[in-house]
Design a protein around this ligand. Structure first.
Ligand code: NDP
Ligand code: GDR
Length: 386
């Protein structure tokens, strides 16, 4: 290993943020180590472009098998890597799923943070290693003030958020008890083409692209009135790095200061391809019907070939509400106040919400062109059992 560079260890490196952060740190000259879980299928698609052949000289990217539920494994990786910076991004990160797997979520998200902090401490690295905890706007839950900043009281609304609450406080506690450089980034929702397919923004941009090409008829969503402060993951991983470069460890809200409803995110995504929607009805009966099509915009973004598809959508319902996607307790509205991050870190987001929609829609349209092409060529997903 080349020890002239700073060394970072990232848990959750195969996820959205892990992939962007790894790429960012490698560009800064870091040696980057990541922990990936063993899985029966490949799970490194987001970081395959960073892979370096183990036989190459000057290699700066390393993956280790591991899991946040396994303290011995974490301790031995920390001992081997001797990281200058640890970014704890690993998590069972889906809020709705956490209601179905609450104990596992608590173990990975809550106790997982403790295991990692202890692994640093027990290896005698508490003065060397800086620790970043991926905290979340979900901590604000049933919001007590608008907008939310570092002083806003927490009120978690899901097993996921309760587990993140423990992780937040154990990070603060290790800072105060052992003088460790431990910080929380309280990041509001951030999205990108690498966002997991079951989070609402990516579900929408994928579905809109599929509907525009006749691959899907309708999208079913849950609470359309929920509002989120959405930023771009690329902007947000920069803030993680900035937080660990401060002389003093601290906690920061990272947000854009703009909030938008799920309904409006869907409207913007359809609008990107020239499909104008009108929302009708209320609550579980709410639907979105295609009102008109801007054909020039559609041709520019999707292609002339699919004009017959989009023309046939006029007057059709393309979005409905399905109660299956509602949560037992919901976080209805989030709006962050990033003043401290702006002032102390000098962080500002570069992407607006329409830039994010554009980035995600362009990516998903390309992806669905591939799917449509394969379908037209008579190819379907390979079936092992044929
Ligand atoms: P993803 O869901 O995309 O990635 C989660 C990562 O954690 C994946 O690499 C996953 O591995 C890994 N992971 C899951 N379980 C374990 C485990 N038991 N042991 C080790 N690793 C595990 O999340 P994001 O990239 O979006 O988010 C990164 C972090 O930031 C998470 O902690 C999330 O809770 C938090 N966060 C995210 C926000 C967002 O808007 N994206 C906002 C605020 C906080 P695998 O690929 O194998 O599943
Ligand atoms: P969130 O993100 O719960 O904020 O957590 P998600 O995209 O799942 O939900 C955002 C809002 O959209 C509503 N919604 C739907 N959500 C999903 N997933 N699917 C649907 O069909 C749907 N319809 C409406 C939800 O009810 C919610 O109000 C994300 C995760 O990345 C967390 O790990 C992170 O901590 C927070 O963001 C900040």
């Amino acid at each position: 290993m080349n020890r002239n560079n700073k060394v970072a260890l990232i848990t959750g490196i195969t996820g959205q943020d892990g992939a962007y952060l790894a790429e960012y740190l490698l560009k800064l000259g870091y040696e980057v180590h990541g922990i990936k879980r063993r899985s029966s299928l490949f799970n490194t698609e987001r970081i395959d472009h960073l892979y370096q052949d183990p036989h190459e000289k000057g290699r700066r990217f390393f993956l280790h098998y591991g899991d946040l539920t396994d303290s011995m494994n974490l301790a031995s990786i920390i001992r081997e890597v001797q990281p200058d910076e640890v970014y704890n991004l690993g998590a069972m990160s889906h809020v709705k799923v956490s209601f179905e797997s609450p104990e596992y979520t608590a173990d990975v998200v809550g106790t997982g943070a403790l295991r990692l902090l202890e692994a640093i401490r027990m290896n005698g690295l508490e003065k060397k290693t800086r620790y970043y905890q991926a905290s979340t706007s979900e901590l604000f839950g049933l919001v007590q003030t608008v907008p939310q900043n570092e002083k806003t009281p927490f009120y978690p609304r899901s097993p996921y958020a309760c587990a993140k609450l423990y992780a937040y406080w154990i990070t603060v506690n290790y800072r105060e008890a052992y003088g460790m450089h431990c910080s929380n980034g309280i990041l509001f929702n951030h999205e990108s083409p690498l966002r997991g397919e079951t989070f609402v923004t990516r579900k929408i941009t994928r579905s809109v692209s599929r509907i525009a090409m006749g691959l899907q008829k309708r999208i079913y969503l849950g609470n359309l009135s929920a509002t989120r402060d959405w930023g771009h993951a690329k902007d947000y991983v920069r803030s993680m790095h900035m937080i660990l470069q401060q002389d003093r460890p601290d906690d920061y809200v990272v947000a854009t200061g703009v909030t938008t409803s799920v309904r409006d995110f869907a409207r913007m995504s359809f609008d990107f391809v020239g499909i104008n929607l009108s929302f009708e009805g209320e609550g579980l009966q709410e639907t979105a019907v295609v009102q008109s099509v801007d054909e020039a915009k559609f041709i520019k973004t999707v292609g002339e070939k699919y004009l017959p598809v989009v023309r046939s959508l006029i007057g059709q319902i393309v979005l409905s509400v399905d109660p299956a996607y509602f949560r037992p307790t919901e976080v209805q509205a989030l709006l962050g106040d990033p003043s401290k991050a702006k002032k102390v870190l000098g962080w500002t987001p570069e992407y607006s919400l329409s830039d994010i929609v554009e980035d995600m829609m362009k990516y998903d349209i390309k992806l669905m062109h591939k799917e449509a092409y394969l379908k037209e060529g008579g190819y379907t997903i390979l079936n092992y059992f044929e």
